[in-house]
Design a protein around this ligand. Structure first.
Ligand code: KIV
Ligand code: ZN
Length: 511
């Protein structure tokens, strides 16, 4: 009988900690429902004590999403654990996940404590959590740089205190597969009770080994893998869920185990997370990259025609690829759109549908085919609508060889129209300069990117602008079939968001 491996998804917690990946409460909700459709075992929905917004969004997910265990993260402190319980208590299956650093460097430099103090904090936190919740996970942060004796001691003590899952994180992505396997085997051998609880691993990808280390741990006896969609996460990210799951599924000859993941939901989930976070999936990314199932070389194509298995170890339909190819067009009706959106996991209230349909038609009129990726952008724009101080009315851009790029831009603020022009190093730079002049907001640009959302030269281009002023960061996004227009709208979106933040903080707001 194959062993069951739990898949613990931390896209909404560790994934969302990636700089620039912040998600709105609405987006987190949509992703959480999709993770339930993917059939993950655990959704780590956030870190409730970190902010009132996080507490609220974890609590909404706990109340509304059915199926997976809903976990919240907490440091080993009573107020953290109380906030966490407040957020997850109404889940069908709640979990409190508490953690503390156990390596010498974490204990001495970050926590400024001694080993006995850390041990006592961990034991108390687990007991305090268990008094509230039956399902408690303890993580020995930086476990792979923790000395073995202390790791064994704290693992045994937290199991004794009531932890039901013990997580062995490679917090800094330092380990290599055989060391990870050896650590799990050592703990199974030496830490009393370890075999009886769920044995979890949580691998970061700093050396590009997160998936390999997770699989080595599974082979050595781990029963839970913590991972994220598209490998999103702090720094180089976490182990990619889709790679862990498809490795186990593709090599039953090596792994005598199985996951409960509905693999046909993988592509849909990957695209949803990519479009909502703005983190583009590299084309050659395993399993979910645009080229993962593309065969270009003639010799490969020939082999594929004879027998797909010559060059294909997974079938595209097993990860849900063919389904997502369905397209809508300018002649698609409201019902067709609503039904496709439902299939993609969006729950659109009837009164919102006319506005969504109008946005859809605007895109469909410019393109022959509207793909799922385009729909994700349309939905993102509709749900991310903010009260816009500045609104783009029109713009004319001149660019070409041997001419100075220039832009004339007309903006509207509170019903009043203002027009200005500027020159720049390129058309986008000229548009940004004109907007800067009119709004009076000096946004320091940290990042600017444009990506094609779907297929073809007429694909929607999504522009992302990340900038800051006076220590306040703002991210703006917008999409259009015209990338200069998308860039202008994204820049304005960032300015509008910055002004809302500054107004809330009582700071400078420009003009
Ligand atoms: O990387 C890490 O150690 C973590 C823990 C909080 C599990 O994210
Ligand atoms: Zn982590």
């Amino acid at each position: 009988m194959p062993r069951d491996i739990r898949i613990f998804d931390t896209t909404l917690r560790d994934g969302e900690q990636s700089p620039g990946a912040s998600l709105s409460a609405e987006q987190k909700m949509t992703i959480a429902h999709q993770l339930a459709a993917l059939n993950v075992d655990v959704i780590e929905a956030g870190f409730p004590h970190s902010s009132p917004e996080d507490l609220e969004s974890v609590s909404r997910i706990a109340r509304e999403v059915r199926g997976p265990i809903v976990a919240g993260l907490a440091r080993t402190m009573e107020p953290d654990i109380e906030s966490c319980w407040k957020a997850v208590q109404y889940a069908e299956k709640p979990r409190i996940h508490t953690f503390i650093g156990t390596s010498n460097i974490h204990i001495e430099k970050k926590l400024r404590k001694t080993k006995p103090e850390v041990l006592a904090m961990a034991v108390h936190a687990v007991q305090f959590a268990r008094a509230r919740c039956e399902d408690v996970e303890f993580s020995a942060e930086d476990a792979l740089r923790t000395d073995r004796d202390f790791l064994t001691e704290i693992v045994a003590a937290t199991i004794e205190a009531g932890a039901t899952t013990i997580n062995i994180p490679d917090t800094v992505g330092y380990t290599i597969p055989w060391e990870m396997a050896d650590t799990i085997e050592y703990l199974i051998e030496n830490a009393p009770g370890f075999k009886e609880v769920w044995i979890s691993v949580h691998c970061h990808n700093d050396l590009g080994l997160a998936v390999a280390n997770s699989l080595a741990a599974v082979q050595a006896g781990a029963t839970q893998v913590e991972c994220t969609i598209n490998g999103l996460g702090e720094r180089a990210g976490n182990a990619a869920l889709e790679e862990v799951v498809m490795s186990i599924r593709t090599r039953p000859d090596l792994f005598d185990c199985r996951t409960g993941i509905k693999t046909q939901e993988i592509i849909k989930t990957s695209r949803m997370v990519s479009s909502m976070t703005g983190f583009v999936v590299q084309p050659n990314k395993a399993v979910v990259g645009a080229n993962a199932f593309a065969h270009e070389a003639g010799i490969h194509q020939h082999g594929m025609i004879m027998d797909r298995q010559t060059y294909e170890i997974m079938r595209p339909e097993d990860v849900g690829l063919s389904e997502s190819q369905l397209t809508l067009g300018p002649r698609s009706g409201r019902h067709g759109l609503a039904s496709r959106l439902r299939d993609l996991g969006y729950d659109v209230p009837d009164d919102k549908m006319p506005e969504i349909y109008e946005r859809f038609l605007a895109v469909a009129d410019c393109k022959k085919q509207v793909y799922d990726e385009d729909l994700a952008i349309i939905m993102k724009e509709a749900s991310a609508q903010i009260v816009e101080t500045w609104h783009l009315v029109s713009m004319t851009v001149v660019a070409g060889v041997s001419t100075s790029p220039a832009a004339i831009v007309c903006l509207e603020k509170e019903g009043e129209k203002i027009t200005d022009s500027a020159i720049g190093n390129g058309p986008v730079d000229a548009v940004f300069a004109a907007i800067r002049e009119m709004t009076g907001v000096e946004l320091v640009l940290d990042d600017y990117s444009v990506r094609s959302v779907s297929i073809g030269a007429d694909a929607l281009g999504e522009a992302t602008v990340r900038g800051h002023r006076n220590g306040e960061e703002a991210i703006g996004r917008a999409a259009s079939t015209d990338v200069v227009e998308a860039s202008a709208k994204a820049y304005l979106n960032a300015i509008n968001r910055l002004q809302i933040k500054e107004r809330r903080n009582g700071g400078a707001v420009g003009m």
